[in-house]
Structures are given as C-alpha cells and as structure tokens.
Design a protein around this ligand. Structure first.
Ligand code: PDD
Length: 292
C-alpha cells in the first residue's frame, strides 16, 4: 500500500499515522465522516459533502476543526500526492481525545484524519450489469441524518447480505417503508414511469449524489417524487437503482427474490446514470481546464 495519509495536521506514510486510544471516535463512535468520489483526479460534488459535514458537526456540537477551504486543500493534496485518478477520499472528524466519560468536555481539539482509496468506480460489473440487493430490517438509531462513524448496523446488514449472495442491502424501517441502502440512497421507477425516493428526514442520510441527481433532473424537466415506497413496491417496480458517492447511479436488477424488469438495467436508469456521469466528468474536466 504505502499511501500518504493525513493525520492530525500532518501528511505521513500510512504506517506512521497514530490516533490515541482515548479518542472519542474510537471509544464512543463520536465522530462524523464524508466520502467524496474522485474522477480524473478531481473531486465530485465535494461542495455538497462539505455542506453535509458542517451539518453533521453542528448536530453533534463539534466545531468545524478548520475552514472548509483548508479541508479541501488537504483532500486535494492527498489526491495529488497519492496520484489518485479514480477512487474516493475519506475524511473523518472526531470530537477529540479525553478520558472516558459519556459527557464530553467542551472545546476539545477535534481529531482530523483523511486518506484516499484508489479504485475503479466506473465501468464496473455493477455499473454495467446492475446489482442484487437483499431486504432487511433497519437496525439503526433514530438520527440517520447525521453521518456518524457508528456503522455497525450497516456492517452487520451488509455482511449478512453477502452471505446470502447479494451485493448489497436495502433497509426497511418500522413504518414498513424502505429507508435507504446500507450506504446508499434507494430509488425505484414505478410501472407507470414515476421515479420515487424517500424524502429527506431524520430517518435517512441526505445523500449528496441524490441531491445532485435531483438537481440535474429538475434542470431537464424530469420529475422525481419524494415519496416512500414499501418492499413490495420495490419488488414490483419497473426499474430500480441506488446512488452514492462511490457508486454514482447504480442499477439494481434484483431485490430479494424478485427480478426487476427483465433483469437488466432499465432504460430510465441508464439515462440517469449517463446524465450524472457525464455531468461529473464534465465538472472534473472543466476544473482541470481552470487549474493554473
Ligand atoms: N455512504 N445513505 C447512507 C446510509 C450512506 O452511508 C451513504 C453514503 C448514502 C449516500 O450518500 P452520498 O450520495 O452522499 O454518498 C446514503 C458512503 C459512500 C460510505 O459510507 O462509504
């Protein structure tokens, strides 16, 4: 591996990065994070990720550890130093280090770490052929709008889904409606052609890719209904897809034991996938053109 990572104000080889055992991120999951896609060496929708980082921190009463522009410089420097053309950049801010106590001291200096993961996001098997998602009860806490590192519910659900030979899992809330994917936003296209995704609230994470896609659809006059749907609605849908920073618009071709459409990515999904991808690539290209 041998990446350069960012840890507590310094760029260091990954095997030299250290965080205290008293860090509250480690002891309590008292930390938030963002994952931003990198295409052609440029970050995609990072303004949306920075805005959500600020919202997550504010919800937990953790001050922004440094100005937004400085965080963006750290992310860009990691991408540059590690020569990442395609992949993700992970950023985590924890409340900081203190002796173990549920009630945190005020004004702790936050712990900030970041690292890149070079990997293919485009042209993958999932992108071209679609993925299969399992359905499982949503095991998480009630503030899913805060992007915290408390991800054990998602870890357990994803591992269980893999054991059952699914690629991923969509979670179902106590209200009987699909909340979201374990690390993505869930969408269906109904048989009469309506695109549906659950509205943002405390029950789901407000996806940045979702937000960007909704904006693009609005610009071209394609409407997306922000309405919840049940597992039965999903299993009888004409098409389905999920969105996230690391999967963009990913076709879903099987939900539980139901094949969606003819088992191949649907035409509307394909079109939205291309729309999002072309815009992201265009943004990445224009950033390069604007760079000194
Ligand atoms: N997860 N919902 C959940 C629970 C998520 O964890 C994510 C992203 C999303 C999609 O959000 P966005 O479009 O902003 O990536 C929705 C990231 C990718 C992760 O944890 O790796």
């Amino acid at each position: 591996m041998g990446r350069i990572v960012y840890c507590q104000g310094r760029f260091v080889p990954e095997d030299q990065a250290r965080v205290s055992i008293f860090d509250r991120g480690f002891l309590f999951g008292d930390a938030v994070y963002e994952v931003t896609a990198v295409l052609n060496g440029s970050m995609i929708d990072n303004d949306l990720h920075m805005a959500r980082l600020e919202r997550s921190l504010a919800a937990l009463n953790i001050p922004m550890p440094m100005p937004r522009a400085e965080i963006e410089r750290v992310q860009a420097e990691l991408i540059g130093r590690n020569g990442v053309r395609e992949g993700t950049v992970y950023l985590q801010v924890s409340r900081g280090e203190a002796d173990r106590d549920f009630v945190y001291p005020v004004d702790l200096p936050a712990t900030v770490i970041a690292f890149t993961q070079a990997r293919r996001l485009t042209g993958t098997k999932g992108q071209t052929e679609g993925v299969a998602v399992d359905l499982a009860p949503d095991p998480r806490w009630a503030r899913r709008d805060i992007k915290t590192t408390m991800l054990l519910g998602q870890v357990m659900a994803k591992v269980e889904a893999r054991k059952r030979h699914f690629d991923d899992v969509w979670l179902v809330g106590e209200d009987g409606f699909v909340t979201e994917g374990a690390s993505s936003t869930a969408f269906i296209v109904t048989r009469d052609g309506r695109i549906r995704t659950r509205a943002n609230s405390q029950t789901v994470l407000a996806g940045c890719t979702r937000r960007a896609l909704l904006r693009l659809c609005e610009e071209e006059g394609t409407s997306i209904e922000e309405e919840p749907f049940t597992p039965q609605d999903a299993q009888s849908a004409a098409e389905a897809f999920l969105t996230s920073a690391s999967s963009f618009v990913m076709p879903v071709v099987r939900i539980g034991d139901a094949t969606i459409g003819d088992g191949r990515p649907g035409p509307l999904t394909r079109r939205l996938q291309a729309l999002y991808f072309d815009t992201a690539l265009g943004t990445a290209a224009s950033r390069h053109a604007a760079a000194p």
